[in-house]
Design a binder for this molecule. Sequence first.
Ligand code: SF4
Length: 392
Amino acid sequence: MSTNADDDQNADDTHDTRDSDEPLLELEDVSVEFKDPTLVEQAFPQSLLDRFDLYEEPVQALDDVSLEIGEEDVVVLVGESGSGKSTLGRTAIGIEEPTAGTVRYEGYDLQELQREEHADEILSQDARRALQIVHQDPSAALNPYRTVRSTLSQPLKLWYPELDVGDRRERIRRMLEKTGITPAEEYMERYPYQLSGGEKQRIAIIRSVLVEPDLILADEVVSALDVSLRVDVMDLLLELREMFGTAFLFVSHNLTNARYFAGKADGRIAVMYFGKIVEMGPAEEVLQNPKHPYTETLKWASLPLDPNECEETIRDESPMMSKEQPDPSDLPEGCRFQASCPKARGVCQRSDPELVSEDGSDDHTAACFRELPDHEYWSDEPIHEAEPDILQ
Ligand code: SF4
């Protein structure tokens, strides 16, 4: 990764032997199945847990997902609660272990790298430093008994032991000033209870950025904030990306936030539905020209970022046939969006579509048979009686 730090021996020195053609992160056919009820409860909303009694059965949270992320790339994972977006993010940075498939960091198997006994300890440590996370709830992420200086000193002590107390203090002061937390000297001595929600999230973000990671998983980082603060925090992340060249996996259930973040970073949006990526492409392409009927639904349900525009938003009829969601522990054969999809035909109940594009390129893909002009889908019978007007 690029860095503007001038006083440290950063871990880039360990990258010399790596193949620069490798993507920063590569997920290949990755699946994750949760057997532990606690993990199932974290991955799925209460409504699905109760309706399908998901506490007993193993549940597929991620199903055969492939994704490449390059240096300085921005990929926004968007979808409803339970779609697998956080599980995908956590698996990508090594917090969750795939049940099947492989995650590679710069060509190396991430799970192998993270094993304590890995032969190359420097490389192994570098992978841990290089992949960081910012959580949704900054209050839970910050120790209430530590000052800002103490909180921010921890990762520096861990990853840059050569820095003395003065170096650490100076680095923290500079970062606070760069991110608008001023007067920095005063903020350094504050405790979390003396910070606003937006300031806490900024400190949590700074803590991740201080170790100069290659990629940050920003997991619903603005969803707990007031609408007025969301843009500020997203702008901060984008500024830090400019400064440090950090790649981002930005997870959001909100398409409006996804559009803002991916659009400003010239990044991609990956739309997720029940453990699969169902559409992926450049942000504006996906939003202006959605190819998957589920993306249409998300677009229909999203509100403008500016609350003043909400009242002016006129809603057509929902583009979904029904709000019926599949049972994550017993997913249907075929396309998992079939029950709600106004375009579903017979083949959608028999075969599971893969991510494809009409022109065969990888730029903008959708997991829908309608992308393929010669597919048997077109000669099959619709499975629902009528389509809502909006999609006809
Ligand atoms: S494959 Fe069929 S059910 Fe799935 S999104 Fe496309 S048309 Fe709808």
